[in-house]
Ligand binder design. Structure first.
Ligand code: GSH
Length: 210
C-alpha cells in the first residue's frame, strides 16, 4: 500500500492535476476510483472523504486535501519539486493556477463537457466559449516567447494548466490554430513520469461507448 491515496476519475481535469503532480514527482499512490459519472461522488462513503462531493481528494496519513491546488502546493512541500524560487515566482505561478480555474475550468472544460456529455452546441456552449476564447487568447501569445509558463522550467503552473488544455480538440477547437500551446503540450508530455488521464486514473468502461 502506498503512502498516498488519490480519489479521482479520468473524466476530471482537476483530479488529473493531482495525478500528474504525483506521477511527475515520482510519488507512488493508490488510486481510488470515484464514479462521478454515475453519482458515486454523492454517496455516503465518499462524502465522508469529501463532504463537497467532488474529486480530487488526496489522503496522506492524517492529512486529507480536497482542493486540487492545495494538493499541488502540498506536494511541492513534500517532494521539493515544481515549486517557485522566491515570492515573485510564487505570485506568477499563482496567476496561472488561477487562470486554470478562471479561463480553462470555466471555459474549455465546460465546452468539452457540453460536447461530450451534455447538450452539445447551444446557448450554454456559446456562453462558456467566450471565456474559453479569452483564455486561449492569453496563453497562446504567452507561450510564443516562453517554453514554460513561469521561470523557464516546469512548475505547478504548467501542471495546473496542462490537464484542461488537453481538452482543446474535444472542446471543438482546431489545434492547428494554437501552435505555441501545442508545442508546450508536447514538451510537457515528454517530462519523465507523464501519463494520460486513463493511465494515471484507470477506470473500467471509461470512456463510455458512444
Ligand atoms: N475546487 C475543486 C473543484 C473540483 C471539481 O470541480 N471537481 C469536479 C470534477 S473536475 C467534480 O468532482 N464534479 C462532480 C460534481 O460536482 O458532481 C478543485 O480544484 O479540486
Amino acid at each position: 500500500m502506498a503512502d498516498y491515496t488519490l480519489y479521482g476519475h479520468p473524466r476530471s481535469g482537476n483530479a488529473y492535476k493531482t495525478a500528474l503532480m504525483l506521477a511527475l514527482t515520482g510519488t507512488a499512490y493508490d488510486f481510488a476510483l470515484v464514479d462521478i459519472a454515475g453519482g458515486g461522488n454523492l454517496e455516503a462513503a465518499y462524502l465522508k472523504v469529501n463532504p463537497l462531493g467532488k474529486v480530487p481528494a488526496l489522503r496522506h496519513g492524517d492529512v486529507l486535501l480536497r482542493q486540487s491546488h492545495d494538493t499541488l502546493r502540498y506536494l511541492i512541500e513534500q517532494t521539493g519539486q515544481f515549486g517557485p524560487d522566491g515570492w515573485d515566482e510564487e505570485a506568477r505561478i499563482g496567476d496561472w493556477v488561477g487562470f486554470a480555474v478562471d479561463f480553462f475550468g470555466y471555459g474549455l472544460a465546460r465546452l468539452r463537457f457540453e460536447l461530450l456529455f451534455g447538450a452539445g452546441p447551444g446557448p450554454v456552449f456559446d456562453y462558456f466559449k467566450k471565456t474559453a476564447d479569452r483564455g486561449l487568447g492569453i496563453i497562446e501569445p504567452h507561450l510564443a516567447g516562453n517554453e514554460w509558463l513561469v521561470g523557464g522550467r516546469p512548475t505547478i503552473a504548467d501542471i495546473a494548466c496542462y490537464p484542461v488544455s488537453s481538452f482543446l480538440v474535444d472542446a471543438g477547437y482546431d489545434a492547428a490554430e494554437f501552435p505555441n500551446l501545442v508545442a508546450w503540450q508536447e514538451r510537457f508530455e515528454a517530462l519523465p513520469g507523464f501519463g494520460t488521464q486513463l493511465e494515471l486514473m484507470p477506470a473500467p468502461n471509461w470512456p463510455p461507448a458512444k
